[in-house]
Design a protein around this ligand. Structure first.
Ligand SMILES: C[S@@+](CC[C@H](N)C(=O)[O-])C[C@H]1O[C@@H](n2cnc3c(N)ncnc32)[C@H](O)[C@@H]1O
Length: 384
């Protein structure tokens, strides 16, 4: 498991005056500090910057903030020309796509900026990023170098957190925090809002567990549906803080309890156990990806293995998962069904939804075919 705030060594460079410069280094992807760093400004041409970045030389930006953003876009355009060819199988296409994304992240990650002691970005025309950085990184711990690309993600996440996402089924807006899986694809939320509740969950005393709660959206949906008590867990400290924040904003603090003892299942049994694990069995390359990739389907398997022992009589487990992994050749439908059987579970019913997200219809996406065919399902499971 990647640590949320990698504690990495510092980064050094030589100023144009010949003096030595140094700062802390931070990378959410756990990338090591670049070994070669040069100071660059608006005089740096995009072709030269691209060549240097591809060779592993990082550019510590001292020019205009907007100029740095333009340079990042110019580097991105050069990388776009390297779009990988489709593989002979969907799994190979996916593998090539991830390799290309990794290369892109490494090259774009070579444009660096210094965050000052208070997280301020001391560049011409730079926005005030102190609040966004404090939210994502916590209190400042001294001058820190980060990639501009990462910082733009931090700024974008700050805007989403302020604005929130309207979720009528959860009783209001959900405010995602940096690094927490955001419910922008509402179809799976609707599945949880609409599937028929098992009998013991219809009682006002009914208890539900929400495993891997993320923003807390599904816990809020269940409370909104009348469950008397919902207990939510997650392995990510950022998700736990985010879920607590949303639960409080929605006025559900007494009914939704966010526990952080590190276990997937809370103690005891529930009438309903909901789990929306990361949908793709692959290794995450950053904390942000932990909501999307589940290495070796570890969370899925742990959910299934523990379910029968955590259900009350006549209770159900709801697995929310899309078949994208099947379209990408990363898992077969039979493997999923076998995993249910191995855990001593039977399928009570299945409810399907087609994605409404815009990427589903973007033919430029190398995974377009798989995404276009994707179906998200809510599997209602019970002990066999
Ligand atoms: C796909 S996201 C779902 C988030 C939220 N339930 C939702 O539906 O929007 C998966 C969540 O599971 C969490 N997670 C991943 N592995 C986990 C594990 N082994 N134990 C607990 N939570 C885990 C991630 O941090 C993430 O918040």
């Amino acid at each position: 498991m990647l640590s949320e705030v990698p504690d990495l060594p510092g980064i050094g460079w030589t100023e144009p005056t010949g003096e030595a410069g140094a700062a802390r280094w931070h990378s959410e992807s756990g990338l090591p500090a670049p070994k070669r760093v040069i100071v660059a400004d608006d005089r740096m041409k995009a072709d030269k910057a691209y060549r240097l970045a591809c060779e592993g030389t990082a550019l510590l930006w001292r020019g205009d903030y907007q100029g740095a953003r333009q340079l990042l876009k110019a580097l991105g355009r050069r990388l776009d020309r390297l779009a990988p060819k489709p593989g002979s199988t969907p799994a190979e296409t996916f593998h090539r796509h991830r390799q290309a994304r990794g290369h892109r992240a490494r090259v774009l990650g070579m444009l660096l900026v210094v965050l000052e002691e208070d997280h301020a970005l001391d560049l011409r025309r730079a926005p005030d990023v102190r609040e966004a950085c404090a939210q994502a990184y916590g209190p400042a711990q001294g001058r820190t170098v980060v990639s501009l690309r990462e910082l733009l993600g931090v700024i974008g996440a700050h805007e989403w957190r302020k604005k929130g996402v309207e979720m009528p089924a959860a009783g209001g807006r959900i405010h995602p925090h940096y690094g927490v899986f955001s419910p922008i694809r509402g179809e799976y939320v609707d599945l949880v809002a609409e599937a028929p509740l098992p009998a013991p969950a219809r009682l006002t005393t009914g208890t539900a567990f929400d495993l891997g709660t993320g923003t807390g959206v599904l816990a809020a949906v269940l409370a909104h549906r009348g469950l008397g008590r919902v207990v939510a867990t997650d392995s990510s400290p950022r998700a736990l803080a985010c879920a607590r924040d949303n639960v409080a904003r929605l006025g559900l603090t007494g009914r939704v309890e966010v526990v952080d003892d590190g276990a997937l299942y809370p103690p005891g049994r529930a009438a309903l156990v909901v789990c929306n694990p990361p949908w793709l069995p692959a290794r995450p390359t950053s904390a942000v990806e932990q909501g999307v990739y589940d290495p070796d389907s570890a969370m899925l398997k742990a959910f299934l293995a523990g379910l029968a022992d955590h259900l009350e009589p006549a209770g159900e487990g709801w697995l929310i998962i899309s078949d994208l992994a099947e379209h990408l050749g990363l898992r077969t439908r039979q493997e999923l069904l076998d995993a249910f059987g191995t855990a001593g579970l039977r399928v009570v019913d299945r409810h399907d939804a087609r994605p409404r997200h815009p990427r589903a219809s973007d033919p430029g996406d190398p995974l377009h075919t798989a995404r276009a065919a994707e179906v998200t399902s809510l599997w209602r499971l019970a002990p066999a």
